[in-house]
Design a protein around this ligand. Structure first.
Ligand SMILES: Cc1cc2nc3c(=O)[nH]c(=O)nc-3n(C[C@H](O)[C@H](O)[C@H](O)COP(=O)(O)OP(=O)(O)OC[C@H]3O[C@@H](n4cnc5c(N)ncnc54)[C@H](O)[C@@H]3O)c2cc1C
Length: 229
């Protein structure tokens, strides 16, 4: 239980967040009105069998993984798998996508002694936009102090065994790395609400399934749905 929040609190400097995860799981599972069924897919038939008065869809969103040549190999991994240690990582890491998730992952990596390069389409001053401004200033300072290289305003054209092939200022270049880590955001499954709306009238979509964001977004949208019910 815990969805992607398990990966969110995997970094050593975010360990305090794990207490919130543990509290959330304990509160939900110990409540006498809550039945948890794990290892079960919420298909339309399975949910229909519950005969619900209302449905809250909190199925999260899919990570964006363009069909780069190295997809499916150890050369190219997803940031969530890299955070929770389920994939091998080399010594030189190139993080593809310098949003808050990518930059926090970069911080974890330099603290583990790895060399890190961040590649992003945006200019450097726009990286992480939308995050808390003060945290962002500190995070970028820590990355700079730790020697992270930023390659900004660069379009990733492909990633293969040779590295990350980019187009920057109209010129092609290759960023060498041992492991490329994708951190390009999420895409919700727009069909989910429609699928479940045939079961009952009261259907709510919350969290990343509604709009990929963060735990605050997941909590507030879930709270709003609960209040509506
Ligand atoms: C590496 C990383 C770092 C992050 N760092 C932070 C951070 O520092 N702070 C922050 O606020 N946010 C962070 N986030 C984002 C945060 O984790 C998500 O916004 C949040 O977990 C979204 O919660 P959710 O419940 O909407 O979806 P999810 O956490 O994705 O949970 C969805 C759940 O639904 C289940 N599910 C999906 N489909 C089905 C189905 N058909 N049947 C049954 N179950 C299903 C999944 O197995 C999963 O358990 C991070 C995310 C990642 C990946």
């Amino acid at each position: 239980m815990g969805g992607k929040f398990r990966m969110a609190c995997a970094a050593e400097f975010k360990a305090e967040m794990k207490k919130y995860l543990d509290w959330s799981i304990r509160t939900a599972t110990e409540h006498q009105n809550v039945t948890v069924k794990l290892g079960v897919e919420a298909t339309v038939d399975a949910v229909k069998a519950e005969n619900p008065d209302a449905i809250i869809i909190a199925a999260g969103a899919d990570p964006i993984k363009p069909p780069f040549t190295a997809l499916g190999t150890d050369k190219l991994v997803w940031v969530g798998d890299a955070e929770d240690g389920t994939v091998p990582l080399g010594e030189h890491i190139a993080v593809c996508g310098g949003g808050v998730t990518g930059m926090e992952f970069a911080l974890s990596m330099i603290r583990m002694g790895k060399k890190v390069t961040i590649v992003d389409l945006l200019p450097e001053n726009e990286l992480g936009a939308g995050g808390s401004p003060i945290n962002l200033i500190c995070l970028k300072d820590l990355l700079k102090e730790g020697g992270v290289e930023f390659i900004c305003e660069a379009r990733i054209e492909d990633i293969d065994e040779g590295g990350i092939h980019i187009l920057k200022n109209g010129e092609k270049a290759t960023v060498k790395c041992d492991t490329a880590v994708l951190s390009l955001g999420f895409r919700p499954d727009a069909k989910l609400a429609a699928m479940f709306s045939e079961i009952c009238d009261d259907v709510y979509v919350v969290g990343d399934a509604k709009k990929p964001g963060n735990v605050w977004n997941a909590n507030t949208t879930a709270f709003d749905a609960a209040m509506m019910i």
